[in-house]
Write a protein that binds this ligand. Structure first.
Ligand SMILES: Cc1cc2nc3c(=O)[nH]c(=O)nc-3n(C[C@H](O)[C@H](O)[C@H](O)COP(=O)(O)OP(=O)(O)OC[C@H]3O[C@@H](n4cnc5c(N)ncnc54)[C@H](O)[C@@H]3O)c2cc1C
Length: 443
């Protein structure tokens, strides 16, 4: 049997181990940290990510640690509504869209790896320093937690070692530098009572002056009191690049006041920020797309292959797709070098396009359009500023580009009407009154 090494026990590397196990392989995973901890904040698992998790036999476990996305609403800096659409099955897709804590999801995969492959297959505290490949295999050099060098030999190696990948840096030395957007991200989590239906993602503010905020719940019933863990991210333009470290802690004060004018009626965005238990600062960075991922017996996956801006919920989901395709190719194709090439042919063009597309605004552009056309002032009638047909077109095109064509695409606009009728019904039961904050068109 092919002896496979995976470098990195992030969500990508662990998902790959599980997919390989499903195909009868027994890979070894090397992870730099001595102990895996549930680090990070929220991630948005799109319908195609849920599909991958379902195929991995982990849907029920995933449901238990995550929150189902019900709808996605866009508001101006004053809390006036621009647009809303349903998510996942509520939109008519075959799978759920769910929100989860990145670290909790990683630990769910880790537990499954321990159960299905056994603890002896996961080498913690093994930080890869470099490798050499020859005709017959690859020799890996590690440093253990005490700084002692060690080596290991395997038939093939897959670098799943994240945005600062040692494997990628050795394969493509010119890829070490990060691409910085000029945007800083404050990310935090806040424990609070659910707002609206308990499954709404909010897109708030204007991306020009005040900054843009995205809010969604990532865990239910935390502390056994019916509260949710709410994930939020604020992006602001024109910031100097901060430390590129997922765990850089800061205080919420510098950004909370930016959202004091945003009156939603059902939740106070400024308060969400002020009540956060942890706030992290991270520069919005990615890596330029690579021309090649597979080099003989070594290939790349996940962030090591295609680190993209952590917005739009595609980074982690793309790693899950990599994992499936890699496992399929390694089981179908006898020659592993050829399997790696075929994997790359399928995955690299799509992932690279997404890296570039993620540098654009995506559907968030609607908030900038409204800000520009309204001159940054509250409006009386959104239809006068931003006709619904124009807005709708942007969303339909975005879903097509991301490979998730909306089920109502090409259908009559009446679908949206039913969404908002249902919305009005649901607010009665949740006690929230969205109509107070809308521009009148969709309330
Ligand atoms: C600590 C942390 C927190 C994050 N928080 C968020 C978040 O809040 N929101 C978000 O959208 N994305 C976050 N990400 C990124 C997100 O996890 C990835 O975009 C996505 O899940 C793809 O996962 P991945 O497994 O390819 O990479 P990663 O999740 O980055 O995992 C890479 C793994 O490789 C290990 N590793 C790195 N170098 C070596 C080495 N030399 N030898 C051995 N092991 C190595 C790392 O310790 C890590 O466990 C975070 C990543 C990390 C590492």
């Amino acid at each position: 049997m092919l002896d496979i090494a995976i470098i990195g026990a992030g969500p990508g590397g662990l998902a790959l181990a599980l997919r390989l196990e499903q195909k009868g392989f027994r890979p070894t995973i090397y992870e730099g940290v001595k102990e895996l901890k549930p680090l990070g904040v929220g991630v948005d698992i799109k319908i195609y990510g849920t599909r991958e998790i379902t195929e991995m036999g982990l849907l029920e476990e995933f449901r238990a640690i995550s929150v189902e996305a019900i709808d996605s609403l866009f508001f101006t800096r004053y809390g006036q509504m621009i647009y809303g659409e349903k998510c996942g099955k509520h939109m008519g897709y075959p799978h759920e869209q769910r929100f989860v804590h990145r670290g909790t999801l990683q630990m769910m995969f880790f537990d499954a790896v321990l159960q299905r492959l056994g603890a002896e297959r996961v080498k913690l505290g093994a930080r890869l320093k470099g490798f050499e490949q020859d005709e017959a295999g690859v020799t890996l050099t590690f440093e253990d937690a005490e700084g002692v060098p060690r080596t290991a030999r395997h038939d093939v190696v897959i670098g799943a070692d994240g945005i600062k990948s040692v494997v990628r840096n050795q394969l493509v030395p010119s890829s070490t530098g990060s691409h910085y957007s000029g945007i800083a991200m404050w990310r935090g989590v806040t424990v609070m009572k659910p707002y609206r239906n308990g499954g709404t993602i909010l897109h708030l503010g204007d991306p020009i002056a005040q900054g843009s905020m995205i809010v969604y719940p990532i865990a239910n019933n935390v502390e056994g009191q019916g509260s949710q863990l709410i994930n939020w991210v604020v992006e602001q333009n024109g910031q100097p690049k901060s430390l590129e470290d997922w765990n850089q802690r800061v205080t919420p004060d510098e950004i909370a006041h930016n959202f004091d004018e945003c009156k939603l009626g059902f939740v106070d965005p400024g308060e969400i920020i002020r009540n956060a238990s942890e706030v992290y600062l991270y520069p919005l960075v990615d890596r330029d797309p690579l021309d090649q991922w597979s080099f003989g017996r070594v290939t790349l996956m996940g962030d090591a292959a295609h680190a993209m801006y952590p917005r739009g919920g595609n980074g982690l989901c793309q790693a899950l797709v990599d994992a499936r395709v890699l496992a399929e190719k390694l089981s179908e194709v006898n020659n592993p070098q050829e399997a790696f090439k075929q994997y790359e042919e399928i995955r690299r063009p799509f992932a690279n396009r997404l890296v570039i597309a993620n540098r654009g605004e995506g559907p968030e552009v609607v908030r900038r359009i409204v800000e520009e056309r309204s001159g940054g002032k509250p409006f009386d009638d959104i239809e006068q500023i931003f006709p619904i047909a124009e807005c709708e077109k942007i969303f339909l095109e975005y879903h097509r580009m991301a490979g998730m064509q909306r089920p109502d695409d090409a259908g009559p606009l009446g679908f949206r009407e039913s969404f908002f009728n249902e919305d009005r019904a649901s607010k009665a039961s949740t006690g929230t009154d969205i109509s107070q904050s809308t521009g009148g068109r969709r309330g």
